[in-house]
Write a protein that binds this ligand. Structure first.
Ligand code: GLC
Ligand code: CA
Length: 545
């Protein structure tokens, strides 16, 4: 494969339990994914990131792994995984596994052993602190609520869990543990995977007694060791999930020497609606000018060293069309606009399942939700006396289950996802929003995504060109230029439901003439200069080098 092939790739994220159920038990599975490979091939993607399908008690939907080298029976077996890798490869698609290395499940054999005694050989694979019941070592909180310390009376020790109690943190200071992890990664590489997504990887260098969770002092040492002993130099796609990344740290994580990862997921643009210093549920209004500033900062700061990933959605974030778009009157227009905006930027795009159909958030009664984070929040805030309506509002806006409702394949019961009872209710709008309908309609969001992916692969400037934001203070318009040898591309996006009159035009094109540009793509029929609600246009000019 071409060196750095991943710079030109488009990745599709699959949340297996919600993608396609092949056997009617209501849970999506590996054979379900295999049955949809042609759909993915037609979409034009190069790689699939499969969120964890390893053996797991599913306390956090698989992000609590009990055995890194086997598949949970609910998803299939190892032979199904091998079949998926092989059949995807036949279609020119590779599979990325999700590595959860900051913690394991408490049902992993290592932890089962570790808690037997202080001198068990696995004890030190986890993070323990001596103490007294009722007096945790410090105030550190779990990301899912409550203390990050759990008391084990038989050992008279606390263990660290930055996520649920069933997700004890692994101790990266222990070399034996690290080497077992590397052996496991190599075992997957030998199975022919195309790379990895590394879950909350910026937490592995933690020093919890000093209150350090992200970006610990030995973090890069561990990452480089892992790289050297596993995926380094093998031309694989690796993407580190780093909630706390800044452009400065991202340049280290994704440096061009290739001794860490290919790229990172950074979340600054998805955190801008969170009140300063508060939890993700404490919302403040969306600030469009700030969004422009953040996305542009990442484009320019990583222009020479480092590499961006581009994403609006994943299994932890609300549906973008419901967040920054308009999931009512202009659902299709705004979804296409949002895709246009992102897909002409520099970086590797990730599509999250259903995004290509402009699937929306849901508003369910609390009994219909399944996510541990969301249910803990509900309980905690009720106890603290928050009004129920306010809690539900946070859940409707940011709850992770918004992204986890099943794929909407067609208009048959349960959207064609399962013939049984789905593990979580299907969004009732499946009769209107589904893949089958969109496949056959030329103006659909799905077909627009296909066109975007196709175009991306043809235009040199998208992968390599420079980026410049235009009209940074404009309250409705997100416009930027991409320039490379022989080509200049201008992207124009109206981020609002109101029209924009024609004065943007001279400002954007400056002294240049319209005739020099061709309109490459738009989400409306060609009209006047004025921009319609959520209108997006991409212009191209061929320039002399
Ligand atoms: C990541 C995953 C999320 C999971 C958490 C703990 O943020 O994306 O789904 O709950 O890590 O593993
Ligand atoms: Ca199933």
């Amino acid at each position: 494969m071409k060196k750095d092939w991943w710079k030109e790739a488009v990745v599709y994220e699959i949340y297996p339990r919600s993608f396609m159920d092949s056997n009617g038990d209501g849970i999506g599975d590996l054979q379900g994914i295999i049955s949809k490979l042609d759909y993915l091939k037609e979409l034009g993607v190069d790689a699939l990131w499969i969120t964890p399908v390893y053996k797991s008690p599913q306390d956090d939907n698989g992000y609590d792994i009990a055995d890194y080298m086997s598949i949970d029976p609910m998803f299939g077996g190892l032979s199904d995984m091998e079949e998926l890798i092989a059949k995807a490869k036949e279609r020119g698609i590779c599979v990325l596994m999700d590595l959860v290395l900051n913690h394991s499940s408490d049902e992993h054999i290592w932890f089962q052993e570790a808690k037997k005694s202080r001198d068990n050989r696995y004890h030190d694979y986890y993070v323990w602190v001596d103490g007294e019941e009722g007096h945790p070592p410090n105030e550190l909180c779990s990301c899912f609520g409550g203390s990050a310390w759990e008391w084990v009376p038989e050992l008279k020790q606390y263990y660290l869990h930055q996520f649920s109690v069933k997700q004890p943190d692994l101790n990266w200071e222990n070399k034996n543990m690290r080497y077992e992890i590397y052996r496991m990664i190599n075992w997957w590489i030998d199975k022919g995977v195309g790379g990895f997504r590394l879950d909350v990887i910026d937490l592995i260098g933690k020093e919890p007694l000093k209150g350090i969770t992200g970006n610990g002092p030995h973090l890069h040492e561990y990452i480089r060791e892992m790289n050297a002993r596993t995926f380094g130099g093998k031309n694989l796609l690796t993407v580190g999930e780093t909630w706390g990344a800044t452009p400065e740290t991202a340049k280290i994580f994704s440096n061009s020497d290739g001794d860490e990862f290919s790229m990172v997921f950074q979340f600054e643009h998805s955190l801008l609606d969170q009140q300063e210093g508060k939890e993700k549920w404490d919302l403040k209004p969306l600030d469009f000018v700030k969004l422009k500033k953040i996305l542009s900062k990442w484009q320019t700061e990583l222009s020479d060293n480092g590499w961006n990933s581009l994403f609006w959605n994943n299994h932890d974030l609300p549906r973008i069309v419901s967040r920054w778009g308009n999931d009512d009157t202009y659902r299709e227009e705004s979804a296409k606009m949002l895709a246009t905006l992102l897909y002409f930027m520099k970086g590797t795009p990730f599509i999250y399942q259903g995004e290509e159909l402009a699937m929306t958030n849901v508003k369910y009664p609390i009994e219909e939700y399944r996510d541990i984070e969301l249910l803990n929040l509900y309980r905690e805030r009720l106890e603290k006396g928050y009004p129920k309506e306010e809690i539900m509002q946070s859940i409707y806006t940011k709850g992770r289950d918004n992204a986890r409702t099943p794929m909407q394949w067609n208009a048959s019961p349960n959207g064609g996802f399962t013939t049984g009872t789905p593990w979580i209710k299907v969004n009732p709008n499946y009769t209107e929003i589904n893949a089958e309908e969109q496949l056959q309609r030329s103006g659909s969001v799905l077909n627009y995504y296909k066109a975007l992916i196709h175009l991306r692969k043809q235009l040199k400037s998208i992968c390599r060109g420079d980026y410049e934001l235009l009209l940074p203070e404009h309250k409705q318009l997100f416009a930027y230029v991409r320039c490379s040898e022989g080509e200049k591309v201008i992207v124009i996006c109206n981020f609002t439901a109101s029209e924009i009159d024609d004065d943007w035009y001279c400002k954007v094109f400056r002294e240049e003439k319209e005739g020099e540009y061709e309109l490459l793509l738009s989400n409306y029929e060609k009209g006047n200069v004025e921009l319609k609600p959520y209108e997006a246009r991409v212009y191209r000019k061929r320039t002399a080098d």
